[in-house]
Design a protein around this ligand. Structure first.
Ligand code: G4P
Length: 279
């Protein structure tokens, strides 16, 4: 199967990113902790050079805790400021304020030398679709925040969320285009649901996922569905359909239904906390 993102989307996202990046001091990049490399767009390194950088391993609740730790070390080793978070519950988010101060220390120092004091750091959240940018902005900003700009008589243009006296966040996240360096990357993005499911043949995707799970978490499928690994992944999917009572009209196992169940179970963490890429 061919995993795709359209060039038109990419051009638009690139243009927006170039416009917005000029306005900010700090980039807060979200990646999916289950696939921290495939859910990253390395072009951000070029776009965001000279900006302070924070990497957030989001959806850490769905990823394998052992590898969350290893990925934290990996990104730290690359000179990034890193945290693992759950944007949905807000777990881990409190520590960000301290991290912002650390990541922006040089800039704050430079400002002080120029006599600029009390100018808040301006930050933008970036990431590929579905990594949790909007969820993160909502939990981080909470309800107590003030939105600035675009009020009658106030500055026209971008909306900033004032989080505290030292930090403002652009209220629209920067969308990065996924980078399909190879088929594996596209496939992993499809597993986590970061690709339009309409262009995907779900039975094929499910078989690819079974391949990945057999290699990395061989116990998970037998434990969850009570089936043994079969000769082929299509046969294993058939077994899952039988176990779950999914049949077509002709009494054949409904592979599409079984694929939906498998993918939903994986995406929601019901198959267990899993990390599909290893540092
Ligand atoms: P985006 O702006 O980057 O495109 O992503 P968005 O915030 O819309 O989040 C995409 C999905 O990921 C949402 O689920 C959201 O709830 C979920 N999500 C975000 N952060 C986390 C996290 O840390 N842990 C978990 N488990 N899920 C997270 P959805 O199914 O689209 O919506 P909903 O059913 O949760 O409302």
């Amino acid at each position: 199967m061919n995993y795709q993102w359209y060039p038109g989307h990419m051009t638009k996202a690139m243009r927006m990113m170039q416009e917005n990046i000029k306005l900010i001091d700090l980039l807060i990049e979200l990646v999916d902790a289950r696939v921290p490399l495939s859910s990253r767009n390395p072009d951000i390194d070029g776009l965001g050079k000279n900006k302070a950088r924070i990497v957030l391993l989001n959806k850490a609740d769905l990823a394998d805790p052992v590898y969350n730790g290893q990925w934290m070390d990996y990104f730290k080793g690359q000179g990034a400021y890193v945290l693992e978070i759950n944007a949905k519950t807000g777990a881990g988010i409190k520590a960000i304020n301290g991290l912002v101060q650390e990541a922006c220390r040089e800039k704050l120092e430079r400002d002080r030398k120029r006599g600029i004091v009390n100018r808040p750091v301006r930050a933008m959240v970036v990431g590929i679709p579905n990594v949790g940018k909007s969820t993160f902005i909502n939990s981080f900003a909470g309800r107590a925040c003030t939105r600035t700009g675009n009020k009658p008589g106030v500055t026209k243009g971008k909306q900033w969320i004032r989080l505290n006296k030292s930090l403002e966040l652009l209220d629209t996240p920067g969308i990065l285009w996924p980078k399909f360096e190879d088929r594996e990357v596209g496939m992993r993005l499809a597993f986590i649901g970061s690709m339009n499911d309409e262009v995907i043949i779900r039975e094929e995707l499910a078989c690819d996922l079974l391949g990945c799970l057999k290699e990395l978490y061989p116990e998970a499928v037998p434990e969850r569905f009570g089936v043994d690994w079969q000769e082929t992944f299509a046969e294993t999917l058939e077994e899952i359909a039988r176990c779950r009572g999914c049949y077509n009209k002709g009494e054949n196992p409904d592979l599409k239904k079984a694929a939906d169940i498998l993918l939903d179970d994986f995406r929601s963490g019901r198959l267990g906390r899993m990390t599909l890429e290893r540092p």
